[in-house]
Ligand binder design. Structure first.
Ligand code: ADP
Ligand code: MG
Length: 403
């Protein structure tokens, strides 16, 4: 994998450099609630601009349906990028149309343009190689060189991630280089004990990584929505909690394999429940009730790990040498269900271990709950991407930068 430092050493003055970033930030009512992903690509954009490149930054945002949709415009993230860079940015209101060409043609060396959401074009995410290839051809016409730095999207076989680098000289940006370096420390010569805490709501996505981790980690701590599939597999009542019924037999098999492999698989002993999902917008006080994990009322849903579980998980993290954490332990967006996530975050801070936080919401949780993000070993910008890497899969966006 050639790096951006090699590109800069070769010389980029006046060259049009296409940077595939991941500016897919969380938005609430049209406002950016966490700009971590924008800040993460700054070193790459700055270095290229300082070296005199004409920098074209591109990204997806949300899931528009292959056509322009103002709700998913990249304008706001582009403006924030400009603020953080401290330089004006040209914004093109299309991706490969006249506006994009005008914006790029108008760049002086050292200037930056952002083109509109790549997913406004159906070719970006198409499963059809030809359709994706055609869009990649159009993107390639905008630039001389490609820099891959959208780590959060490298697990996607999308035109700007996979097909475009095949059409241009390509290099890895600083963010991708950093992320891959960190993930290597979780897969090669891992310092033990290696403890993994998993939570969040994308249960089926995350069960696959458990399969792989059962052969790698020493201890797995289960929280968030996926905990209830484990509790149900134990035969407990889980009421209206999030559950993945089609995964029950898989989960039972994980529990057996963990025992056989000597992996400690720990599930909650108590949970915070409510009879209604809380209002995340107003954050109005709800009615949280702490119950033992085997005593969830049939009309309640589990929304966080309980205090006993929080303390248990903290003790299981205390002697770790390596920690990977993906997925909030509860519905941290509401203060009544944030304590479990806080307990795990604090345990990570207290631990001398090499700690990696993966997952968009997990990273946002660390920041919005008021933790000092620089105190963590590494906060990954890619949830799905880091999980798929840990599963041992080939990531299209990394493979495309290899040769
Ligand atoms: P990440 O982005 O870190 O990979 P996910 O996207 O999988 O994490 O999940 C994050 C979401 O999971 C949060 O919005 C949080 O509210 C939700 N969540 C956590 N625990 C529960 C639970 N017990 N029930 C429902 N949702 C949950
Ligand atoms: Mg998420």
């Amino acid at each position: 994998m050639k790096t951006i430092d090699e590109l800069i050493a070769e010389g980029v003055d006046g060259k049009r450099v296409f940077v595939r970033a991941d500016l897919n930030v969380p938005l609430a009512d049209g406002l950016i609630t966490d700009d971590g992903r924008i800040r993460a690509v700054l070193p790459t954009v700055k270095a290229l601009a300082e070296a005199g490149a004409k920098v074209i930054v591109a990204s997806h945002l949300g899931r528009p349906k292959g056509a322009p949709d103002p709700a998913f415009s990249l304008l706001q993230p582009a403006e924030r990028l400009g603020e953080l860079l401290g330089a004006p940015i040209a914004f093109a209101q299309d991706t490969v149309g006249p506006a994009a060409h005008d914006a790029v043609n108008g760049l002086e060396p050292g200037q930056v343009a952002v083109i509109e959401n790549l997913r406004f074009n159906a070719g970006e995410t198409s499963k059809d190689d030809t359709e994706r290839g055609e869009f990649a051809d159009q993107l390639a016409a905008l630039a001389d060189v490609y820099v891959g730095d959208g780590f959060g999207a490298v697990h996607r076989k999308h035109a700007s991630v996979y097909d475009l680098p095949a059409r241009l000289p390509h290099y890895a940006g600083y963010l991708i280089a950093t992320e891959v370096g960190v993930l290597k420390r979780l897969t090669e010569d891992v310092k033990r004990p290696y403890v993994v805490a998993l939570g969040g709501s994308k249960v089926s996505d995350k069960l696959a990584v458990i399969d792989e981790l059962l052969g790698k980690a020493d201890r797995l701590l289960i929280g968030g929505g996926m905990a209830f599939t484990f509790l149900k597999a134990k035969g407990y009542e889980i009421g209206a909690s999030l559950v993945q019924d089609d995964q029950l037999s898989a989960v039972k098999e994980y529990v057996e394999r963990a025992e056989k492999n000597g992996v400690e698989l720990v599930v909650p002993v108590d949970v915070v429940t409510a009879t209604q999902f809380p209002d995340l917008k107003t954050k109005a006080p709800s009615n949280p009730t702490i119950v033992a994990a085997d005593a969830i009322p049939a009309d309640a849903m589990g929304l966080d790990i309980g205090p006993e579980t929080g303390a248990l998980y903290a003790s299981k993290l205390a002697d770790a040498a390596t920690v990977f954490w993906n997925g909030p332990m509860g519905v941290f967006e509401h203060p009544d269900y944030a304590e479990g996530t806080k307990a795990v975050a604090q345990a990570l801070l207290d631990s001398p271990a090499f700690t990696v936080v993966g997952g968009g919401d997990s990273a946002a949780a660390v920041r919005t709950l008021g933790f000092d993000e620089t105190a963590f070993g590494h906060i990954s910008t890619g949830g799905g991407a880091s999980l798929e890497y840990l599963e041992g899969k080939t990531l299209p966006g990394l493979a495309a930068l290899e040769d």
